[in-house]
Write a protein that binds this ligand. Structure first.
Ligand code: SF4
Length: 383
């Protein structure tokens, strides 16, 4: 089956979409967030549509470069560039945490240069939360308190009555269902005869983060039904695992899949890391604490400094499950977090006796021919 022309996947190709327009027409608010340590269930319970900030298709950083030095991650500079050009003016709020130093810096820049620029009159509340870079019980207490304060800030800034536990429970159910559906779709990707490729999986994930969650759930259920009834892809492509920095542009995954590979699994922000863990509801008394627990203790990204071994164990297991033939490690230039993890994986994954390609790349497709040559050569090398 080819999901290429599916209308839900098409949502991933642009920043704005008709679901966002409909949402705002009914006087509801859209808030942007960077990265996955923002408690989206809390935003949902406040009736805010959380939109994951991306720079899909944007290839300019001229304006962003005025405020960020060139050794800052190009993904972050591209999103700043877009915001300075007014492409994120539709947001009614912004949520940032200290995921990495590059994205953390965006808080001040959005504050000073984007939402306070002369030509911009709208009042856009900004929220910042911090969490420790290590996983300890004390660290969790810190993060839990940040999330509790965030709840109060949201109520104050959007003139809401108290967000109730019932509302939080409802949002948790919707988000848990969303993650469950993504996991079910993922099963069709890692099977012996995949029914979905890596580019389509990325598109589903990006669309999922840009529309209201109840609509996303309906769409994911529809896609799941299509997949159930479809035949596997007829392909003899080499099975690849893609690991590393932010990927929010299908040109990169297409380059791999047009070169003779099929990305059967990944370890990316817009990928498996998003849906591995659910909010547990054993503690029926404190849903906000349960939301914080999931975010803090879930399968981490490299910003959690002391959790590398757990990430490595997940990778080894997933590589086995998905019967991977070759591993592509990639980082956007200057992304120190993924650069460090990738450097360790190169050595640690050797024991699996699989070919590994480790590349540094620009955020948007640049120097395509050189990249294509390296990827084609790597895929040819896989026996
Ligand atoms: S790609 Fe790396 S440097 Fe860029 S925002 Fe993500 S973690 Fe930070």
């Amino acid at each position: 089956m080819n999901l290429n022309k599916d209308p839900f996947l098409a949502v991933s190709n642009s920043i704005k979409n008709h679901y966002l327009e409909d949402w705002q027409k009914s006087n509801k608010k859209i808030v942007g967030h960077y990265y996955t340590y923002i408690p989206e269930e809390l935003l949902h319970a406040a009736n805010l549509l959380s939109f994951r900030i991306k720079a899909t298709g944007h290839e300019d950083t001229d304006l962003g470069d005025v405020y960020m030095v060139r050794f800052t991650c190009l993904f972050v500079r591209a999103t700043l560039d877009m915001a300075l050009r007014g492409l994120y003016d539709f947001l009614d709020g912004l949520f940032i945490c200290n995921s990495c130093d590059h994205s953390r810096r965006m808080f001040e820049l959005f504050d000073l240069k984007v939402f306070n620029r002369e030509s911009f009159q709208k009042k856009v509340p900004r929220f910042y939360i911090s969490l420790p870079h290590i996983i300890t019980d004390e660290g969790f207490e810190w993060y839990k308190k940040e999330v509790e304060e965030l709840k109060e800030e949201i109520e104050k800034n959007y003139n809401l009555k108290t967000i109730t536990d019932e509302e939080l429970f409802d949002s948790i159910k919707i988000y848990n269902k969303n993650r469950h559906l993504l996991r079910e779709i993922h099963k069709y990707r890692i099977r012996d005869s995949p029914k979905i490729n890596g580019t389509e999986a990325l598109q589903i994930s990006m669309a999922n983060s840009s529309v209201p969650k109840d609509i996303a759930n309906q769409e994911l259920e529809r896609i799941l039904n299509l997949l159930k009834d479809s035949e596997g892809l007829k392909t003899d492509s080499k099975r690849v695992m893609l690991i590393g920095s932010e990927v929010d542009d299908i040109n990169f995954t297409k380059l791999i899949e047009d070169s003779g590979g099929i990305i059967v699994s990944d370890f990316l922000c817009f990928g498996t890391r998003n849906f591995l863990d659910d909010v547990r509801l054993e503690d029926r008394n404190n849903p906000l604490e349960s939301i914080s627990k999931r975010l803090y203790y879930r399968m981490s990204c490299p910003r959690m400094m002391d959790d590398h071994q757990r990430r490595l164990d997940f990778l080894k297991d997933e590589i086995k499950q998905a019967k991977v033939d070759g591993i592509i490690l990639q980082r956007i230039n200057n992304c120190d977090l993924h650069g460090c993890d990738n450097m360790l994986y190169v050595h640690e994954l050797k024991e699996l006796d699989l070919p590994i390609l480790n590349i540094d790349r620009e955020f948007f497709q640049a120097d395509t021919t050189r990249l294509q040559t390296r990827i084609e050569a790597f895929i040819e090398m896989i026996s």
